[in-house]
Design a protein. Structure first.
Length: 208
């Protein structure tokens, strides 16, 4: 028996399975987790096979696409994964921030960015291949200073944003300077390695 007949799948569900739309909406574009699938698939499966208020388990949640979609559609979501980065990213993407958090993060970003721009000699760069020195200095410095944010959710958000910045830097190929171009396209594996190193590198205390 064909899958469409077994599960009584309708056209909209099958369309979601073949979706080629860019990943976006909600917090889906905040971090590009390797081997992610379109939100349309998670949304279709969750809304078709569960009801609002029911509990849905994703035992391989990855970056939390299904968790975000389930919560947005009124489900109680449980996600697991063996990858620590998966847990970190999914937690950040599903943790609400208040207007006060937003103000604190904006002020911290402006202050620390200016501080690093004036003098970044104190920054301990981890030596990541294919990442421009200036970008590496900025990311490492911001990551080091994130420990001074007052709340855990603010620190996690800032670190996840820095991981996303590292992804964008690796994917960027400047036209004006071939010498600065990446040696090759950044694979998901390389991006993941960068993210893990940035997230788990030892933090040092810095005093102005």
């Amino acid at each position: 028996m064909r899958v469409e007949q077994t599960l009584s799948l309708d056209a909209s569900f099958l369309s979601a399975l073949h979706s080629a739309k860019p990943v976006g909406g909600l917090t889906h574009g905040f971090y590009l987790y390797p081997a992610r699938f379109p939100p349309e698939i998670a949304r279709s499966v969750i809304t078709r096979f569960s009801k609002p208020g029911e509990c849905v388990l994703d035992p391989f949640m990855g970056g939390g696409t299904s968790i975000v979609e389930g919560l947005a559609h009124g489900r109680m979501m449980v996600g697991t994964d063996v990858n620590a980065l998966s847990h970190f990213v999914a937690s950040v993407r599903t943790t609400p921030l208040s207007p006060a958090d937003e103000s604190t993060l904006k002020a911290w970003t402006a202050d620390v960015s200016e501080f690093i721009a004036r003098d970044g000699s104190w920054v301990e760069r981890p030596g990541i291949r294919n990442l421009p020195r200036s970008v590496e200095t900025f990311i490492a410095g911001m990551l080091d200073m994130s420990q001074y944010l007052p709340l855990a959710r603010q620190r996690s958000f800032a670190r996840c944003a820095l991981l996303r910045l590292a992804q964008r830097a690796l994917d960027y190929k400047p036209r004006q300077s071939p010498a600065m171009a990446l040696s090759g396209p950044a694979t998901d594996g390389r991006r993941l390695g960068i993210c893990v190193r940035l997230q788990t590198r030892p933090r040092r205390r810095y005093r102005r």
